[in-house]
Design a protein around this ligand. Structure first.
Ligand code: KIV
Ligand code: ZN
Length: 531
């Protein structure tokens, strides 16, 4: 009998911790809907105590979802209380509490003598905090997950003690993260096998794994863990996450599906929704998918060489282990045009994973008509861009807006730009020359706002093919160590560049506002309540 692997999606929590990948509340709600549509089992919607925006996102997702919604919390009373509040309307809720268990983490984070003087005393304190946290979380829900952060580098004897104690305290899922992506597949699988062997009450909880990709092994480690007893995997769409990211959901799901001859495991994921989910997450986060990325990259199903093409024409199985349709990539492109009515637009949007309220439909339909007039044919990619703009506009405060842009360029003149930026109720105009039109426009914006911005990354690509394609610019800026991403679209790429720049500045402003409102700095407050 095939056994089910529980898919715990953490795109909205660990995934959102990718540098510059911040999502607004509405984007998170939209992604959560799509995750539900593809039938993930658990959605980790955020870390509620960390900011008012995180709290709101978890709350809204909990209010509207039917799958299990998890909220992350340290092994601290306040975190658990806040998470349980954010989750209170969830039909199925999970409190996910964690503490560090490796010596490196314990000595680094719990250096203060209040946690004990020797390493052994500190370990005992962490164990007690973990048990108390699980017991407290149980007062809000039966479904409690405990994570031993940096389990990959934790002494196995101590890890067994902690896991046994939290299960005895009521944890129903015990998560073994390879937080730093340090483990090798055989080694990680062996750890899971050893936990199964040594922890007396292990049968009373589901073993979960959460692998990071620092050595490119997150998926391999997750699969190795499954073959040694793990029955839940934590993963993200497109593998986004801290540093090199998390295990990619689409790779795990398709590995289990394609090689079902090898493993008697299955997931409930509707694999045909993978492509929509991947595009939605990439569009909202501004994290472009590398073309050769397994399953969802643009080249994942492209056959270039003559020998391969010839083989494919004769029999697709020669070079294809799965069909593009299996992950939702279809070749019969549906194109809308000026004469497509509202029904056509709604149906197409739905197929792409977007649900429109009547007010949104009115607005999107107007914009759709403008594009259809300009481009004649409107592709799925254009619709995704429209939807992305809509969520930005509706749910993000627009501190800075582009009011006017004029650029002069040519082979024998110095590129010059004039911009007018609406900053709240003021309109500021400035001009500048630059190395090229984009540089000139960016310098003019900097002059207007009296700022200097460190641009870390700038990318431009066309959303669809053809000369009239919409150009998309994605820019990453950095300020005081924090990255902010901005996106801008237009058939004019200089305009798209300025829009992306202002969008990144709006994200920075929003972050500063959130930080001001933040009730506490989660890493600086005193987490000793359970000591
Ligand atoms: O990587 C990690 O250890 C985590 C835990 C909080 C589960 O993200
Ligand atoms: Zn993680």
């Amino acid at each position: 009998m095939a056994e089910k692997i529980i898919i715990f999606d953490t795109t909205l929590r660990d995934g959102e911790q990718s540098p510059g990948a911040s999502l607004n509340v509405y984007e998170k709600v939209e992604i959560a809907r799509q995750l539900e549509r593809m039938k993930v089992d658990v959605i980790e919607a955020g870390f509620p105590v960390s900011s008012p925006a995180q709290f709101e996102a978890v709350q809204r997702i909990a209010d509207q979802s039917t799958v299990t919604i998890a909220g992350l919390c340290r092994a601290v009373e306040k975190d658990i209380l806040v998470a349980s509040d954010a989750l209170k309307n969830a039909k199925k809720k999970r409190i996910h509490t964690f503490s560090s268990t490796s010596d490196i983490h314990i000595l680094g984070k719990f250096g203060d003598n209040r946690y004990g003087v020797s390493l052994d005393e500190k370990r005992q304190t962490v164990l007690k905090m973990s048990v108390d946290a699980v017991k407290y979380a149980k007062t809000f829900t039966q479904d409690v997950e405990y994570s031993a952060e940096d389990a990959g580098r934790t002494d196995i004897g101590y890890l067994c003690d902690v896991i046994e104690a939290v299960i005895a305290a009521g944890a129903t899922t015990v998560n073994i993260p390879d937080t730093t992506g340090y483990c090798m597949p055989l080694e990680f699988g062996a750890k899971i096998a050893e936990l199964k062997r040594r922890v007396k009450n292990i049968d009373q909880a589901v073993i979960s794994v959460h692998c990071h990709n620092d050595l490119g092994l997150a998926v391999a480690n997750s699969l190795s863990a499954i073959s040694n007893g793990a029955r839940q995997v934590e993963c993200t769409i497109n593998g986004i996450g801290e540093r090199a990211g998390n295990a990619s959901m689409e790779e795990i799901v398709m590995a289990l599906k394609v090689r079902k001859d090898l493993w008697a495991f299955y997931t409930d994921i509707i694999s045909e929704e993978i492509s929509n989910s991947s595009k939605m997450v990439s569009g909202f986060t501004g994290m472009i998918i590398q073309p050769n990325k397994a399953i969802v990259g643009d080249n994942a199903f492209a056959h270039e060489s003559g020998i391969h093409q010839d083989g494919m024409l004769k029999n697709r199985d020669t070079y294809e282990i799965m069909k593009p349709e299996d992950v939702g990539i279809t070749h019969n492109r549906i194109v809308l045009g000026r004469h497509s009515g509202r029904h056509g637009l709604v149906a197409r949007m739905k197929a792409l994973g977007y649900e429109l309220s009547p007010a949104e439909l009115d607005e999107i339909y107007e914009k759709f008509l403008v594009i259809a007039d300009r481009k004649k044919e409107v592709y799925d990619e254009d619709l995704r861009v429209l939807m992305g703009e809509e969520v930005q506009k509706q749910y993000e405060e627009q501190y800075y807006q582009l009011d006017y842009l004029q650029v002069t360029l040519g082979t024998s003149i110095i590129p010059t730009a004039t911009v007018r930026v609406k900053a709240k109720d003021k309109i500021i105009q400035e001009s500048s020359v630059g190395d090229g039109p984009v540089d000139a426009a960016y310098k003019a914006v900097e002059r207007a706002l009296k700022i200097h911005v460190n641009i870390e990354n700038y990318q431009v690509r066309s959303v669809t093919g053809g000369r009239d394609a919409v150009g998309e610019v994605i820019i990453r800026i950095r300020d005081a160590g924090k990255a902010f991403t901005g996106k801008g679209n237009s058939t004019d790429i200089v305009e798209a560049s300025v829009r992306a720049f202002l969008n990144a500045l709006n994200h920075k402003k929003q972050f500063e506002k959130d930080r001001q409102e933040q009730t506490e700095n989660i890493w600086q407050d005193n987490p000793v309540r359970f000591v």
